[in-house]
Design a protein around this ligand. Structure first.
Ligand code: FMN
Length: 269
């Protein structure tokens, strides 16, 4: 009887501990994002699902509601004049959160203007910030470097999550890998081998590069060297590319499926 009583008490303790732990964790993490056309919002929603965190969209007093060309023009002028778009006040009380997952589209090679406004208003002192972004071709790394400079009192995670808007449907799987590999959630993912040594591009690899990058709105350059690796999903390629004397790295993936179209996943300039 005594033993039974002891077990019931221990079980009650264990339940209380788990319940408090998960509740507290949920309250400490905020997914905070800006999205103009919905791609970054898709990633934010997947993140919220995976983390069980609170979530808020950053809103503007005068939203960027124009077409792509109109937005490019407005942002170009604002950048030239050093103007920042006014934000609506945040609803979330940032002091409640320890970890903030901060999401944005890449604009002009860095975080979008509403994030420039946000970091101008809040210094995020003592917060851990994990970034996520969407982009046409790339910009993940420079945006993190810019954020580090803008928020010296925050702890910005070295690695962020990024995905092309054209591949946003692949978010759930790729985001899960990012979260597991960085210990943000528990789980296991397939171990992926490193790329083979870089060597000159063959004709077949040139065709794969062209199929992946040829229809992108801007020319991405000429591949010079390539490495590859196999995964259970297909084959990944890493191309060293030259464009007007500048070098970049372009990642391409080709799925296993019959006639799968090669896709580039990001450009690192
Ligand atoms: C003003 C503007 C500038 C952009 N600049 C870049 C850029 O420098 N690099 C890039 O890869 N994509 C760029 N893009 C594409 C966006 O990053 C991409 O469409 C993003 O997924 C949009 O996210 P959203 O749907 O959450 O707004 C730009 C888009 C706009 C509107």
């Amino acid at each position: 009887m005594k033993r039974y009583f002891f077990m019931v008490v221990m079980a009650a303790f264990a339940w209380a501990f788990t319940a408090c732990g998960s509740k507290e964790q949920g309250a400490k993490q905020l997914v905070l994002y800006y999205s103009q056309t919905g791609a970054t919002q898709t990633v934010a929603q997947e993140l919220q699902k995976a983390l069980g965190a609170d979530m808020e969209a950053i809103e503007l007093v005068n939203p960027y509601s124009g077409t792509y060309a109109e937005t490019i023009e407005r942002v170009g002028k604002e950048r030239q004049n050093g103007e920042l778009p006014a934000l609506k006040p945040l609803k979330a009380d940032l002091s409640k959160y320890e970890v903030i997952y901060l999401g944005y589209p890449i604009w002009y090679g860095t975080y979008a203007m509403p994030i420039a406004s946000l970091v101008n208003e809040h210094d995020f002192e003592g917060k851990k910030i994990v970034t996520f972004c969407t982009f046409g071709s790339g910009g993940l790394e420079p945006a993190i470097e810019d954020l580090k400079k803008a928020l010296p009192k925050a702890e910005i995670a070295e690695l962020g999550f990024g995905i092309r808007n054209a591949r946003v449907a692949a978010t759930a799987k790729e985001l899960n890998r990012f979260l597991v590999e960085n210990n943000y959630v528990e789980g296991t993912v397939e171990a992926i081998p490193g790329y083979s040594e870089m060597r000159p591009v063959t004709e077949g690899e040139q065709q794969i590069f062209d199929a992946a990058c040829g229809d992108y709105q801007f020319p991405l350059g000429t591949p010079v060297l390539v490495g590859k690796r196999g995964t259970s999903d297909g084959v990944d390629y890493i191309y060293e590319v030259e464009s007007n004397g500048a070098k970049s790295t372009i990642y391409v993936t080709v799925g296993n499926g019959e006639g799968a179209k090669p896709e580039f996943t990001r450009v690192v300039r």
